[in-house]
Design a protein around this ligand. Structure first.
Ligand code: AMP
Ligand code: GLY
Length: 420
């Protein structure tokens, strides 16, 4: 099978690494890829949000399966173009991708199918939004409706913070994404992520994870795309997973199908867990980054069979071979992240690192310049370990991170603390 993966981060490196272990994987192309991916796949330059360009590339390269990593090509309908051209694709249609692209849409779906989530209201003008905050008080959560690169959510502990967020959004801080706001009840509890493959009808859980969103140790400082993650999430017990499937995931999938916009791909449910009950915080319609790295480390070669079956509507035939294992990944980021970072810093210490089923250094924002690997983004490397216990996985991940020689990089030393 010839496979094209769209994306070029740690998530896509982990997908490529897992697929490569499966004998069904023949040619593997990743667009745009990165320096680490280039060692196991061909990297191609391609406008990945342009459906016609992606279809043309697939026809030229005899691609049998396309796996879409990031949200941008999903939100721009690349999966629709591929399906229309008869090319198997893992990833939802533009309509189904609204589960991530519009917070108000997700809330409507939750209300329509009875999935537990925070109480909410939507606003298109500042005065009404401000009056709502005054009536409800803090803490309260203000969200730009659209995709805002992870920056559109303010968990306001005071009314003043909420009002500032409202004014920023209507003042244009998030562009079109902020012309509509969702204001939500604040939910207390512990967050966890749950990943479920869906082929439109059948849903198959493939694992849970928890991430560390804040840049600083002890979960302090500004929010990021994620500084590390581990799987499984101890808080998501088997019993709770069964309830989440019955109360949240399956009703959502059924509602999407009922509307004539079935969801195909991976549904990533962000959950808030309090007193043994889970409520939905948000959906993403793709693998998390860096959550994908720990899921792929645990699934290995079967990931390709699962994703392929999902794309072809054959999930009902599939089971997941669970190992009683743990994985943990540590993000190495460039100085300044999540703010501005410098590109081009040389990364050493990469030769001779172990690349095994229990230790993998996935590349995220890296590139090759004059034969050397250099930093090319904010989150740059993902040191990932797997083990029989979370502590063992953590030790293996940090051994890799410590071996990297990159003076301009930093990483948190406490990934996994909550579970350990
Ligand atoms: P979202 O983009 O909707 O996932 O929001 C980003 C983060 O904001 C979440 O991961 C939570 O940590 C936090 N958050 C979002 N909604 C709520 C809520 N209703 N109550 C408490 N925290 C929330
Ligand atoms: N790590 C969070 C995300 O991928 O959305």
């Amino acid at each position: 099978m010839n496979i094209l993966i769209l994306g070029g981060g740690g998530r896509e490196h982990a997908l490529a690494w897992a697929f490569r272990q499966n004998p069904k994987c023949d040619r593997l192309i990743v667009a745009p890829g990165n320096a680490g991916i280039a060692a196991i796949a061909r990297c191609a330059a391609l406008e990945i949000t342009d459906g016609a360009a992606v279809v043309g590339f697939c026809e030229e390269q005899a691609i049998d399966l396309v796996v879409i990593g990031p949200e941008a090509p999903l939100a721009s309908g690349v999966a629709d173009s591929l399906r229309a051209a008869g090319i198997a694709v893992f990833g939802p249609s533009r309509e189904a991708a609204r589960l991530e692209a519009s917070k108000a849409f997700t809330k409507e779906i939750c209300d329509a199918c009875g999935a537990p989530t925070a109480g909410w209201a939507r606003f298109t003008d500042a005065a009404a939004a401000r009056a709502h905050v005054a009536a409800r008080g803090a803490p309260i959560v203000v969200k730009a409706d659209g995709l805002a690169g992870g920056k559109g959510v303010t968990v306001a502990m005071t009314e003043a913070e909420a009002l500032t967020a409202i004014d920023a959004a209507f003042g244009g801080a998030f562009g079109d994404a902020g012309t509509e706001l969702v204001i939500e009840e604040f939910m207390a509890g512990e967050e966890a992520s749950f990943f479920v493959l869906c082929d439109g009808a059948t849903c198959l859980p493939i694992g849970s994870a928890q991430d560390h969103k804040r840049v600083g140790e002890g979960d302090t400082g500004p929010n990021t795309g994620g500084m590390g993650a581990y799987s499984p999430a101890p808080v998501l017990t088997e019993a709770l997973q069964a309830r989440v499937m019955a109360e949240i995931v399956k009703p959502t999938i059924a509602e999407m199908a009922r509307r004539g916009t079935p969801f195909q791909g991976v549904l990533y449910a962000g959950l808030m867990i309090e007193d043994g009950r889970a409520r939905l915080v948000e959906y993403n319609v793709r693998f998390g980054d860096p959550e994908c790295q720990v899921l792929m480390m645990r699934l290995g070669a079967q990931a390709l069979d699962l994703v392929h079956a999902c794309a072809e509507g054959r999930l009902a035939e599939m089971t997941v071979n669970w190992a009683d294992d743990h994985a943990l990944t540590v993000v190495l980021a460039a100085e300044g992240y999540p703010g501005d970072t410098r590109k081009g810093g040389v990364i050493g210490g990469l030769d001779g690192l172990p690349e095994t089923a229990t230790q993998m250094l996935f590349h995220a924002g890296t590139a090759t310049q004059e034969g050397r690997v250099v930093a090319n983004g904010g989150r740059v490397l993902n040191a990932t370990g797997r083990g029989a216990t979370l502590a063992e996985a953590q030790a293996r991940a940090y051994a890799l991170a410590d071996a990297v020689d990159w003076p301009e990089g930093f990483y948190r030393r406490d990934i996994g603390w909550r579970a350990l």
